[in-house]
Design a protein around this ligand. Structure first.
Ligand code: SAM
Length: 244
């Protein structure tokens, strides 16, 4: 059975600025450049503070380490990774720290977040603006791994079809697709109940995308990529995809 539910999030004091829809670049920029640099979303403008945040983010430390270990095992296969929709770059910093030999490029469609990350993540080989729905995909060859880390919620099924179709047509061979959660029915229902309880308390909710169960997630890439390997990335599951 394939399941998908809409997901909403309450940004508290920032709810007004974020607006009703998180899934536009200006909303993401708002939470990335929040003057409260302690939120789970913001990128501090000071490099040392950003590094401190990356190192203290236990889950991102472990995920970065897990992806680095995976790449080390496959050392001969991958020389470069590109992470799309990098967010605040916490996982990417930890990946590079655990595997300095790997070339790393990062992109996101939120321009202010990109400018900020460029200033703080000086170990990255490239940081740029890239819109996964509108920009032209480039094939950097078989030794490049394209990382899609926790981006599943940001696109509807039709948009994911467009993304995987374009990646396939460009000849991109290897993708590491790491969904936020392989959601169980209970989790999906809990998210819905959470929404109603927040609304009843009078909180402003922002639309934050889509939650899917495993069958629905696999269906997103199944026409274009085969599932070569499935392995734990700390608390999440990574799907290593190979072009069909
Ligand atoms: C849920 S966050 C995940 C961030 C990060 N990968 C992480 O694991 O924390 C989704 C990210 O995707 C970015 N994004 C959303 N739509 C995008 C698009 N069309 N092209 C590129 N990036 C996009 C957002 O700006 C945001 O940083």
């Amino acid at each position: 059975m394939k399941l998908i539910v809409k997901h909403y999030y309450c940004f508290g004091k920032k709810a007004e600025n974020v607006g009703r829809n998180l899934l536009i670049s200006s909303s993401w920029d708002t939470i990335r450049l929040d003057e409260d640099e302690s939120t789970p979303f913001s990128i501090p403008s000071n490099r040392n503070k950003w590094i401190e945040k990356c190192k203290n983010h236990t889950i991102m430390v472990e995920r970065g380490k897990a992806i680095a270990n995976f790449l080390k095992i496959k050392r001969k296969n991958f020389k470069k990774v590109i992470s799309f929709g990098f967010g605040a770059g916490f996982m990417e910093y930890n990946l590079k720290a655990n595997y300095p030999e790997i070339q790393i490029s990062c992109s996101d469609f939120a321009p202010k977040a990109v400018e900020r990350l460029k200033n703080v993540f000086t170990e990255a080989d490239n940081v740029e603006v890239f819109d996964m729905l509108k920009d032209e995909w480039i094939n950097y060859g078989v030794d490049t791994l394209y990382i899609l880390h926790r981006l599943d919620a940001d696109f509807n099924n039709k948009q994911w079809d467009k993304i995987f179709c374009k990646m396939n047509q460009t000849g991109i061979e290897n993708i590491l697709f790491v969904p936020c959660d392989i959601s169980k029915i209970g989790f999906l229902l809990k998210s819905k109940l959470g929404y109603f309880s927040q609304v009843l308390q009078g909180n402003k909710m922002s639309f934050a995308g889509y939650l899917r169960n495993r069958n629905q997630l696999v269906a997103l890439f199944d026409n274009y990529y085969k599932l070569q390997e499935e392995f734990p990335i700390h608390d999440l599951t990574g799907f290593l995809l190979k072009i069909k």
